[in-house]
Design a protein around this ligand. Structure first.
Ligand code: CU
Length: 527
């Protein structure tokens, strides 16, 4: 290190720790960065949720009310992109920042400065995505999957989206390298791999999935960029290319991506259920192997998103059976969660309620996934609301509700205060009921043939759509209660005990750290 850098080195000496706004901008503290990730994710969740309400307002009754068809499609595109890359993924990275070092007994993440960069890259990416609404031509309207040929023809919003996704990819890859290095190198003495909390395992595997899949998405959108501006024809049939190639490359990323959004959820739920059942997790080793099996299988199922693109039957059958295979390790997990609860001394505080709802509703989403895996059925249901119902059961009652479970579970640890249990339970029941009112009817409209991504529909779908829209507004408003409970907990309340969940056995918040955080001046080096 040169002398210039050494003299300007902020982390040395007593004037080291930045205060005020610089505490956040220049933070290398995993807890502060975790908090930044979680708040960023929450605002994106509200923003993309507001877009969903725009969609549901338009679909409240048949005919066009508020939106032009193009605007409607922009809303569905940005709702998907922002929920995935802005809300769910950053929330899980926020959990990783807060909990990975504490659970393995490390003083911080392995690369604290890189950690800072991972977070702050999200801001320009979000600004580009949101800013694409305001450029000539408006935000992209082709759906979050950005299929050509439409995406080759769209305006500069597409270039902004490509740039945003490149930045998000860099952030994810750098963050994953940080998480893997932390887990593999900074565990407390004696913590072997098979002694790590399951949350750590799920994040370790997720980080490998991210490193393997994000560059593939980057490749797909770079080929898209050169098709748009540099005269190539990867996806352009007029120049000898093939638009279906994009779908193959995209879904080779896209299917592992859905497991990136669910494996950390498995980790959170596998932490909470044993705590409130007062029993150790049933089948720890099988959980580790099942998670690894799901991750490996997730790379050989991608074309189940493309059954109607004209594949050879042998290919269709391969992807049908490989998709069905994933239900085996997933079934192992569901079995283990239920076996953990079996004959336990259960109590039903808010985190446990969200976790039990997760097990039940995520499994429902898994079942509709199995239905969609069946080739002849999928050909009927392709691009209908049945698919929309399926992936919202997986991503809302799966990913999003596990995030809520984790927030309630760890809020006492993070803030030092107990949250308001009564309001937490209200939030749980309102969310769960409103979620089902919103998305369950979509199974029926989908089976009856209502196509997705269309702002209008035939009269026979009117009742179910009205029910879905009412549920959606209730679901949206319920999340303001969540915001209120979190802010109230941060600002004060009953002091949390070292272990707030009384009687919970085998519940280790943290492994004692070799050095308390405030004495930790320089990034750790692996010896
Ligand atoms: Cu898939």
């Amino acid at each position: 290190m040169s002398t210039t850098t050494a003299t300007h080195h902020d982390d040395h000496g007593d004037h080291g720790h930045p205060t005020g706004i610089m505490r956040w901008v220049a933070s290398t503290n995993h807890k502060d960065i975790g908090t930044l990730y979680l708040w960023f994710s929450f605002f994106m969740f509200l923003f993309a949720g507001a877009m969903a309400l725009g969609i549901r307002a338009e679909l409240f009754q048949p005919g066009l009310q508020f939106l032009e068809p193009e605007q409607f499609n922009r809303l569905t595109t940005l709702h998907g992109l922002i929920m995935i890359f802005g809300a769910i993924m950053p929330a899980f990275v926020g959990f990783a920042n807060w909990m990975v070092p504490m659970m393995i007994g490390a003083p911080d993440m392995a690369f604290p400065r890189l950690n800072n960069m991972s977070f702050w890259l999200l801001i320009p990416a979000a600004l580009l995505l949101i800013g694409s609404i305001f450029v000539p031509g408006g935000a992209i309207a082709g759906g979050w999957t950005m299929y050509p040929p439409l995406s080759i023809q769209q305006g500069m919003a597409m270039d902004m989206t490509i740039f945003a996704i490149h930045i998000l990819g860099i952030s994810s890859i750098v963050g994953s390298i940080n998480i893997i290095t932390t887990i593999l190198n900074l565990r407390a003495p004696g913590m072997g791999l098979m002694k790590m909390p399951l949350f750590i395992w799920t994040w370790l595997i997720t980080a490998f999935l991210l490193i393997a899949s994000m560059p593939i998405l980057a490749g797909a959108i770079t080929m898209m960029l050169t098709d748009r501006h540099f005269g190539t024809s990867f996806f352009d049939a007029a120049g000898g290319g093939d638009p279906v190639l994009f779908q193959h490359v995209f879904w080779f990323f896209g299917h592992p991506e859905v497991y990136i959004m669910i494996l950390p959820a498995f980790g959170i739920v596998s932490t909470i259920i044993p705590a409130f059942a007062r029993k150790p997790l049933f089948g720890y080793a099988s959980m580790v192997y099942a998670t690894s099996a799901i991750a490996l299988l997730s790379f050989v199922v991608w074309a189940h998103h493309m059954f109607t693109t004209g594949m050879p039957v042998a290919g269709q059958l391969f992807f049908m059976y490989s998709t069905m295979l994933i239900s085996i390790p997933t079934g192992v997990k569901v079995f283990n969660w239920i076996a953990t609860m079996w004959r336990g001394s259960m109590t039903f505080e808010t985190p446990m309620l969200f976790s039990i709802a997760f097990v039940f509703l995520f499994t429902l989403g898994g079942f509709s996934g199995l239905v969609l895996a069946i080739l002849p059925v999928d050909i009927q249901l392709q691009d209908t609301y049945y698919v929309v119902a399926h992936f919202h059961y997986v991503l809302f009652s799966g990913a999003a509700m596990s995030i809520m479970a984790g927030v309630y579970y760890w809020l006492p640890k993070w803030t030092g205060h107990m949250y308001d249990e009564t309001l937490g339970k209200w939030h749980f029941w309102l969310t769960t009921i409103a979620f089902n009112i919103t998305f369950f009817p979509m199974h029926f409209t989908g089976l009856a043939g209502m196509p997705r991504r269309v702002p209008d529909y035939a009269l026979q779908f009117a009742e179910f759509n009205m029910i879905s829209s009412l549920g959606a507004f209730a679901l949206g408003i319920s999340q303001l209660l969540f915001l209120y409970v979190v802010i109230k907990c941060i600002r004060g309340g009953e002091k949390a005990a070292a272990n707030p969940w009384e009687g919970a056995e085998g519940l280790e918040w943290t492994v004692p750290s070799p050095a308390p955080f405030h004495t930790f001046e320089t990034p750790p080096t692996v010896k």
